[in-house]
Write a protein that binds this ligand. Structure first.
Ligand code: FES
Ligand SMILES: [Fe+2]
Length: 433
């Protein structure tokens, strides 16, 4: 349970809020690269309760500007991309990606005052199939070179999904290993609904989650966030061992279909305090995405509209089918986990009232993440840089950000198994478990 003040700190992200100041210390994804094709239209975007326009200038560089023209507030997303910037339709003022006003053609020669105009503009970078912006003050830090972003393009699939709720409660779902045994449980899926993706793809069966519904959960703090261990017993008495991660300030990783040879990275970016985008990056380390991966991704896309909204949504009660709940599906909300997660976190209300919760030991990771974020907010408020704001190239490597989903074959206990695994990856990197 949190106090109202703590809940507000975690969930309010508009300009001037302490939680919003924290998120603005980090690069945030603001669009998929594919949403902003070369020579495409400017894109109106709302991020952290700010109305903005994202565009590519005629050199292909992404720029993020205040949506409303500095002259008389026309909507710049209807503007023309030309002459090195974005030109307002109303009187032709021209802005470059840095917010400089290059032209005021409606003023007589020699009478313009463009040098006095400083239009709101945020620096952008394109990386890993996403366009990122830095919306904080001061020198932007480095964009974290997570393996999922750094991988060659063919090794990665990137999409996004609208959530009609606060960003923090949705990310808490990623830090909650026990819900997988319930919400996502399904067995004996009818033939016509079975995944079209066939064959072994390295994923462990869902039955492992059903076999032990009360996993042991342990957490530890790292320099990037919280490492979460979940340990389940299998029917054969072996150990099903997973490592997932909370990453400051609004990310998480789960094994996903790549089961450790890559992972899913989820980035929850507020549109405002009661809506957000979850950016999903799925990547494989050892090989490019194959037909099966693309097909699996298509099954997720089939649950979304062309503008990335879930077809199953609150207005149609997520098309919950109670007949299916009697036979194969715990949730009655189809097979796709992403949609089931969205239904739950939206159902908690636009902003979860955390003064009314009743947390237990299975919520350990969520408690740890909240503590860390609240501490980071207070650090920032006191003038200290929060953790995981990366300033040095040497610190921009993450071999210790490990994602695991395995049944421990040799019968060893999970702590020694983890120590060996971690050391094998990190021994040359100077990181210790
Ligand atoms: S309102 Fe944009 S140029 Fe006048
Ligand atoms: Fe989930």
């Amino acid at each position: 349970m949190l106090t109202q003040e703590e809940n507000d700190l975690l969930t309010y992200t508009s300009p001037g809020t302490p939680g919003g100041a924290l998120l603005r210390q980090y690069w945030q994804p603001v669009a998929l690269s594919e949403e902003l094709p070369e020579s495409g239209a400017p894109l109106p975007v709302r991020i952290l309760s700010e109305d903005l326009v994202l565009f590519r200038d005629d050199r292909g560089r992404p720029g993020l500007l205040g949506l409303h023209c500095s002259h008389r507030r026309a909507d710049l997303s209807y503007g023309r991309v030309e002459d090195g910037g974005l030109r307002c339709l109303y009187h032709g003022w021209l802005y470059d990606i840095h917010g400089n006003c290059l032209e005021q053609p409606c003023e007589a020669a020699g009478r313009d005052f463009r040098h006095k105009v400083r239009h709101p503009a945020y620096p952008c970078q394109e990386f890993g199939g996403l366009i990122f912006a830095y919306m904080g003050s001061g020198e932007p830090p480095l964009l974290p070179a997570y393996e999922a972003l750094n991988a060659p393009p063919g090794h990665r699939l990137v999409t996004k999904i609208l959530h009609e709720c606060n960003y923090f409660q949705a990310n808490e779902g990623n830090l909650d290993p026990s819900h997988v045994s319930f919400l996502h449980r399904q067995s004996n899926v009818p033939q016509n609904l079975k995944r079209t993706v066939k064959g072994s793809d390295g994923r462990l069966p869902l039955s492992l989650y059903a076999a032990d519904m009360a996993p042991e959960i342990e957490t530890e703090e790292t320099d990037f966030g919280i490492r979460i261990f979940s340990i389940r017993k299998t029917d054969e008495g072996r150990t099903f061992f997973r490592v997932t991660n909370f990453i400051l300030p609004n990310l998480a990783t789960i094994p996903g279909p790549m089961s450790g040879d890559g992972y899913n990275l989820y980035w929850h970016v507020p549109i405002d305090d009661t809506n957000h985008w979850r950016y999903d990056i799925v990547f494989r380390r050892s090989a490019p995405m194959d037909e099966k991966d693309i097909q699996r991704n298509q099954e997720i896309l089939d649950e979304l509209t062309a503008d990335h909204k879930p077809i199953r949504n609150k207005s149609n009660r997520y098309l919950q089918d109670r007949e299916s709940m009697k036979t194969w599906s715990f949730s009655g909300m189809g097979r796709i986990f992403n949609v089931q997660d969205t239904a739950i976190v939206e159902g908690c209300g636009p902003i979860v009232d955390r003064t009314q919760e009743f947390l237990g030991p299975s919520d350990k990771a969520i408690i740890a993440a909240r503590r860390m974020v609240l501490r980071a907010i207070r650090d920032l408020d006191a003038g200290r840089e929060p953790p995981h704001v990366i300033r040095r190239a040497e610190a921009n490597r993450f071999p210790h950000l490990m994602i695991v989903s395995e049944v421990i074959a040799d019968g060893s206990d999970w702590k020694s198994y983890w120590k060996n695994k971690f050391t094998a990856v990190n021994q040359y990197e100077g990181q210790s478990p």
